[in-house]
Design a protein around this ligand. Sequence first.
Ligand code: ZN
Ligand code: ZN
Ligand code: FE
Length: 765
Amino acid sequence: MNAINKRVLITGIVQGVGFRPTVYGYAQKHGMKGWVLNSAHGVEIEVYGDASQVNAFLQELRENPPLKAHVDDFQTWEVPVHAYTIFEIIESQDDQTVFLPVSPDLDICPDCLKELFDPSDRRYRYPFINCTNCGPRFSIVKSIPYDRSNTSMAGFPLCPDCAREYQDPSDRRFHAQPIACPVCGPQVWLQTKNKPISVGEEAIQVTRQMLADGKILALKGLGGFHLACDAQNTGTVSELRLRKRRSGKPFALMSWNLKIIREYARISPEEENLLTSTQKPIVVFNLTEKGKELAKIVSPDQDTLGFMLPYTPLHYLLLEKRDNYPEVLVMTSGNLSEEPIVTENDEALEKLGDIADAFLLHNRPIETRIDDSVVTMVAGRSYFIRRARGHAPSPLQLPFQAAPTLAAGTHLKNTFALSRDRYAFVSHHIGDLENQETLAAYTKAIDHYQQIFRIQPQLIAADLHPDYLATRYAQGRAERDQLPLVQVQHHHAHISACLADNGWKSDDPVIGLAFDGTGYGTDGAIWGGEVLLTNYSGFERRFHLEYVPLPGGDVSIRKPARLALAYLHKFGLLEQAETLAPFRYLDEIERQVLVHQVDTGFNTSFHSSMGRLFDAVAALIGLYQEINYEAQNAIALESIVDPNELLAYDFFIEGEQILLKPLFEQILADLQNNLSQALISAKFHNGVLKLALDVCQRLRDETGLNTVAISGGVWQNKRLIKNIIPALEKAGFSPLWHHQVPTNDGGVALGQLMTALFQTGMFKE
Ligand code: ZN
Ligand code: ZN
Ligand code: FE
């Protein structure tokens, strides 16, 4: 025997995913002696054995790591021979100077799913079954190291059977921190606002019956509450809308399996992979005829639906397919409009008390509220709308070693970002920072991330907008901790985020297409239709939509009729619009006030927003004159596009300004000729695409730059993003778009982080 000893260090997401039992199993199989332990660096192993067996062991581990592990690095090196006599798992070691990634929450694994429906298993139909390969993680972590006593399972002492499994290295539940069973673990119960109904299996059966009968249920889940009902029941869904005061916004859906979803959605192989992936996101699909019928009920503005598959054992029990049981459930976030998702039982009874007919509760506390992730496919790769459960808090790799930094993020769809070592921790979706509840969730989450990843920021980044709560928070932190504060212009941050998202390493400039809703400009105006020459450290604004008045600010954003009339009045076209929808929608007084505001500038700011342009065009051709949620009109405009129309409206450029009067003249002419909404919408979308290509070509002619970074909320429009990529490629450009963080404001924190690091030089190779 040619005996050797080898050390192994495996880094990445390697704890809480069943790594040590897997190593133990392979060690037994290949006759290895030695040890494995979780350290603050990752998983560390030393094996002693015959050289060929050691290599076979390493090869198997390298090729077949645990399913849910994410290995960043796998290093091995030889050490002096030490003849171990057994293989053992050594207790965790904690080194305060380094950090360990915390696993995101994991969907139920195939083994646990089998046991869940196996009548002979002791966890048969137990809604909290889990093992080292699956179950709650981030949502239950209070602090590190990741041990049961530091999770919300601390209050559930193990029964003898669970304790035995927990201690047995050959068991699938060896050191599974959330291990539980019907004897010792959390329980479910059903109640109305004030009165208990039933517990355990009976509670699940009654819940199913209520759902089938058209009732609305509040379900406590993994990262928060869902409101659930039968998606095909028109009456119930409109009742839910009414109670939730959410008129048009689409509801997310959940079905028992892929086969059912296929009846409603046209699913490509890549989309199937996404839908069934371990992160189990909500995936946005194009629809079959049956799906279009369903969309009329649950998603009236859109020609798409968002579906997800069950990801917890409780979901499986609730959706289990039987005759005459609803095959599609609405599963929308359990919150009051614009507030964060509810996580606590008392809070749910209070806040959702007038929405839900009954509550399916459980007694496992949720430490971190976390929404479902929402993803779609663009050019064969995932494209995030919302990055949350299943993804956060997995870090993104940075191309350098960064100083510990906090980027506060922006106002809408807030996320924040923290860096340390070669990682950026982009937080889960926090929400719109418009109320105390969301602000409290935001500051709590920042503290939590700092604590579990041991990050003490030395640098703070924020938006330029002086009144954003995130900016104020950042200013407060910078002052309190005496740290440098870098304020980053919103659209510069969008493009920096896109660069980082694509692993862009250098400070070389690119062309940036920041088509967006709202961002505070360096001149105090509201920007949003911006073409930049930019690198991480700085930017030049090269083209932008011409400034138009925004009379009354937010009032006009909620009432796109006002936006449309403001454009028309500015361009002297108002008389031609008297028969059109926005004109008729506003009464004479409101019109007069609006005209006065535009003329005098009273209570009126200026904007160059592409998002507002979409809202206004939609209103002008007769879509919504008043909206209930952000981007409602732009979504409606996109959904009616006639895909066969190839004509495009022309934009004209004068100096830095992209002129809009000719656009409105062309639309008015088409309206006079009774051109359909579908054709006008198509010509408008095509026009914006042509404009995007045109500005890129102008900047390439001038600078020789060939790389185009695409970011901003307007690019959530799939008609735009799916067409601009091939158009740019065909013209010889290299387009960069988002893959890991959203193109909307959920990505901005990452860009702030990068720009702050480059501006201060607080990083090294
Ligand atoms: Zn499992
Ligand atoms: Zn137990
Ligand atoms: Fe934005």
